[in-house]
Design a protein around this ligand. Structure first.
Ligand code: CS2
Length: 496
């Protein structure tokens, strides 16, 4: 392949001879959507849907202004700016085929840490109609046990009293909404795209708790004017690796410092409640429904929980990726047994969905050998994920007398990983988790008190009081602490 061309607006035509590029005109001032948290997922999902819509000739007035609220977002901001906010999406098919395409839906990017004012101004601008979020499960600032807003966070305390120097999404949203109200502008929609059941209701409840404490009149206005649709989002988006950047340069001659890779599958189900208009996303396959709850629950309790089952057991066993887990018959059958015996019974009937087909397709997606989704991505921030993905399933099965052994064993593995931080071959496991220190402190008491890890009430609620659970859990941790060759225990549990 000839010398690589730098991906940017000026070179777009030339890049277009090597891969598909946007067919539409891009302008920084067409940003009806302001998006907080421009990770790989947003770029593979919402930005891609908008890109398709714009390519089809509709939505020309819509664009996305990305926002970073953490210092860590500076790296993307700097790279992105040099590329005029263009990036390559590399769709990776199971047969090895890669389909790269340049996405142009993001037309601007601002850092809240550099200048809160420019972010507030953008959100408060007359043409902003939607503020969407992918701030991760941990970004919502709630206590997982009580479900209430966490006022102890020092950033929250700061912005509560300094509305013009916001730090978190809540400070930015309230200050921008206040400006809109004072200027007589309509409110924007707050659209959560995170993996949380009732994600719209959740952000609404948290934002109102914050606004109530800051400015009760504003809270009233928000209650009346702002829509918070619930949505279910889905597309597996692994972490970009140096090999992906290399593939793009070598095979396609395009220099992109931060491409995004993803699976072919994509899904978005949203409640059609918008305060101030929306793009016609239904034209590109987005489903608008009156109630998204059954879809959310299905996805979180099957796909996301399934990921955590494979990730937490796989990392201890030494499997590097989710597809390596699926290639291992014991892991694959264990996952299927968890899905069939523990997750499915609590889902009930979901209208229009065949759960058998859904689970079969999940196993295929997880097994995509070209995706190489690392178990470390899945295990990252387990303390924010498991209270949403897996622990409620245990609670619900305990209440109905359902099976809990597969999920319980996963919790025991999580405890062991948090304590020892090595896999069964003695290789270090890097724990990436905002609660890493607390998890480690609790887990390392296990040999003295087998239930020490479960006593973390903010994660497990009152699980420690349930005898059926504690008996199974104690047996599971004792087994793992005795011998980390978990595969033999897993094999016994699925009897193959
Ligand atoms: C994963 C998700 O973070 C996780 O643990 O389960 O990122 C998952 O890949 C996406 O939700 C897929 O839509």
């Amino acid at each position: 392949m000839e010398i690589s061309i730098q991906l940017n607006q000026e070179n777009l035509q030339e890049v277009g001879s090597r891969m598909p590029v946007p067919k539409y005109t891009r302008a920084a001032d067409t940003s009806g959507i302001v998006h907080i948290g421009v990770g790989g997922f947003h770029r593979a999902h919402m930005a891609y849907y908008l890109h398709q819509l714009k390519n089809g000739g509709t939505a020309s007035a819509w664009g996305i202004c990305g926002i970073g609220l953490r210092e860590a977002d500076t790296k993307l901001h700097d790279i992105f700016k040099k590329q005029d906010y263009l990036y390559t999406l590399m769709v990776k098919h199971p047969n090895g085929k890669i389909e790269p395409e340049v996405i142009g839906a993001i037309v601007d990017f601002k850092m809240g840490t550099d200048s809160p004012e420019q972010v507030i101004a953008r959100m408060a601008a007359a043409d902003t109609k939607i503020v969407s979020l992918t701030i991760t499960e941990g970004g919502y600032n709630f206590n997982p046990n009580t479900g209430e807003f966490n006022f102890d966070n020092p950033d929250i305390q700061h912005e509560l009293h300094n509305p013009n120097d916001p730090k978190t999404v809540y400070g930015f949203l309230t200050t921008a909404l206040k400006r809109r109200r004072d200027a007589g502008l309509p409110a924007f929609t707050v659209l959560s795209c995170d993996n949380i059941e009732h994600n719209g209701d959740m952000v609404r409840k948290m934002l109102l708790a914050f606004a109530e404490a800051q400015d009760p009149d504003l809270a009233k206005w928000i209650t009346q004017e702002v829509c918070f649709p619930n949505s279910m989002v889905d597309r597996i988006t692994p972490v970009t690796t140096p090999a992906d950047i290399e593939t793009l340069a070598q095979n396609y001659g395009v220099a992109d410092a931060w491409p995004v890779t993803c699976e072919p599958f994509i899904q978005w189900v949203i409640e059609d409640k918008f305060s101030n208009g929306r793009p016609a996303f239904e034209k590109v396959g987005v489903q608008f429904v009156p109630d998204v709850s059954p879809y959310e629950k299905m996805k979180l309790r099957l796909l996301n929980a399934g990921h955590s089952v494979l990730g937490l057991l796989g990392i201890l066993h030494g499997h590097p990726t989710i597809n390596a887990c699926i290639e291992d018959e014991v892991f694959k059958n264990y996952l299927r047994a968890f899905l069939d015996e523990e997750a499915t019974p609590i889902l009930g009937n979901i209208e229009g969905i065949d759960l058998e087909d859904y689970k079969n397709s999940l196993l295929e997606r997880f097994g995509n050998p070209n995706i190489k989704d690392s178990v470390s991505r899945i295990c990252a921030e387990s303390s924010a994920k498991l209270p949403k993905f897996l622990i409620p399933t245990i609670h619900e099965n305990l209440a109905t007398g359902g099976n809990i052994k597969f999920a319980t064993f996963v919790i025991a593995a999580w405890c062991y990983n948090s304590d020892k931080q090595v896999d069964q071959n003695g290789q270090p496991i890097e724990i990436i988790d905002a609660m890493q220190v607390k998890l480690h402190q609790a887990a390392k008491q296990t040999t003295i008190d087998p239930l020490a890890f479960i006593k973390q009430e903010s994660l497990f609620g009152n699980l420690v009081k349930n005898k059926r659970f504690t008996k199974l859990y104690t047996e599971a941790v004792q087994k793992i602490y005795k011998d980390t060759n978990i595969k033999k225990y897993m094999r016994d549990m699925i009897s193959i």
